[in-house]
Design a protein around this ligand. Structure first.
Ligand SMILES: *Cc1c(COP(=O)(O)O)cnc(C)c1O
Length: 417
């Protein structure tokens, strides 16, 4: 039996127990949705005020130099680098994950077209977060060169598709947004490379929650959100990483002036910058981008192994408590039990999932719902405690036991779920 006192004892030994103070969270909320929109770092308010009143208000256009607005994409990229196993100068922050996928997919396909022009298959997962599929479809339609999207349902499908020797590029979500399944990055890179294909990693649901070693695992390309586990703020620009061996081999079609080799020469024609800057496009939302730094700075005071260890402890605890407290309510765990294949959220299937999540939110327990029938609980080690997990599962038990989810008001779907 796990008890509340046991949870409190674990909390007292938690090396990250004070990190919650770095976040401004409402008192009466247990936030289990940091995998969708990270919480607000306390310091972001003061920084937003400084950017607006001092940098924009007082220094005006001088801030491009004085506050190094121009350097933000690479400066912040270098702060993300230790979280993804990259070196300085290899990562940028810019645009959205969707746009960044377009850029790196185009780069991967053009590298492949030089050596293996007959390869026309792009592989993605059937149950990936759909924007990845939509962007690949748009790309294939635009270039109109006979490329074909093949959607795989599992690793056997991937192996079979790779064996055709027709695959140019593969796009995989490092952690699945619905189930929380985590790929073995090194093994998948080796598998895909053995078939002369290139692999793009979507890190949206892993960066900031799972240890990532892009260089050590010989990855090709990576993209990912900063507004989820990195706590960059709603809609904050995304990360883009390219293996340094590939960076200068290839351009990308959104060839805006920020990616130009000499942007202030106002040259007649585009000439790509050396290195990762060529993956930039145009002027960035500086307000939003500036705030990413507050989220990243919190990670400077710990390391990804400590974060990962606590994430696994809390997801283990969540699973064990649902089994202990909520047996008989019909929750089916769809997140891998094995640590090796688990990201940082826990998901259950339940036919009344949507209503149950609404009833939990009314109790201040914020998780979310994803079609079909999936209740998703994001575990963010920086601001959640073992006691929080205990309280969340107790609330879930009460919602089920009292039948709270059956109330009329929880049946209506909101526009954003
Ligand atoms: C959240 C998420 C995205 C979001 O893309 P945006 O362009 O920021 O809207 C993309 N891919 C995956 C796998 C995600 O989880």
């Amino acid at each position: 039996m796990i008890t509340y006192d046991q949870c409190l004892a674990w909390d007292s030994e938690d090396p990250l127990k004070n990190f919650k103070d770095d976040f401004a969270l409402p008192e009466d909320v247990i936030y289990l949705d940091g995998n969708s929109l990270g919480a607000r770092p306390r310091k972001s308010l003061a920084l937003a005020q400084e950017v607006i009143t001092q940098q924009w208000g007082e220094d005006l256009i001088n801030s491009w130099n004085k506050a190094d607005w121009w350097g933000l994409p690479t400066r912040l990229g270098d702060k993300v680098a230790p979280l993804i196993g990259a070196n300085a100068g290899e990562t940028i922050i810019s645009d959205s994950t969707s746009l960044n996928l377009f850029k790196v997919l185009s780069a991967a396909v053009s590298i492949q077209a030089e050596t293996y022009p007959e390869r026309k298959i792009i592989v993605a997962e059937k149950d990936v977060f759909p924007t990845d599929i939509y962007m690949i479809e748009g790309f294939i339609h635009l270039i109109n060169q006979g490329y074909q999207l093949v959607l795989i349902e599992n690793l056997d499908d991937l192996t079979e598709t790779l064996a055709s020797q027709q695959v140019a590029a593969v796009v995989l979500s490092h952690v699945n947004y619905r189930t929380g399944y985590l790929y073995d990055m090194a093994a998948l890179n080796a598998h895909v490379h053995a078939h002369q294909a290139l692999l793009i990693w979507d890190l949206c649901h892993s960066v900031g929650a799972v240890s990532i070693e892009l260089n050590k695992t010989n990855s090709d390309f990576a993209i990912g959100c900063t507004y989820k586990y990195l706590n960059g703020g709603p809609g904050s620009p995304a990360l883009l990483w390219v293996n340094p061996k590939l960076q200068n081999k290839v351009g990308q079609p959104l060839s805006g002036w920020w990616g130009h080799n000499k942007p202030f020469n106002m040259a007649d024609h585009y000439e790509p910058a050396q290195g990762i800057r060529r993956f930039l496009c145009g002027t960035q939302p500086i307000l939003s981008m500036s705030l990413i730094e507050c989220g990243l700075d919190i990670f400077l005071n710990t390391d990804m192994q400590t974060v990962r260890d606590k994430s696994l402890k809390l997801t283990d605890l969540f699973m064990a408590l649902v089994e202990q407290e909520c047996a008989g309510f019909g929750f089916e765990l769809i997140t891998p039990a094995s640590h090796q294949y688990r990201g940082s959220h826990v998901s259950f299937k339940h036919p009344n999932g949507y209503q149950i999540i609404q009833a939990l939110i009314a109790r201040g327990i914020i998780g979310d719902y994803r079609e079909p029938e999936v209740l998703r609980f994001g575990v963010t080690p920086l601001y959640l405690s073992h006691a929080d997990i205990w309280k969340a599962v107790q609330a879930l038990k009460q919602v089920m036991h009292l039948g709270e989810w059956k109330q009329e008001k929880y049946q209506v779907r909101a526009q954003v779920t």
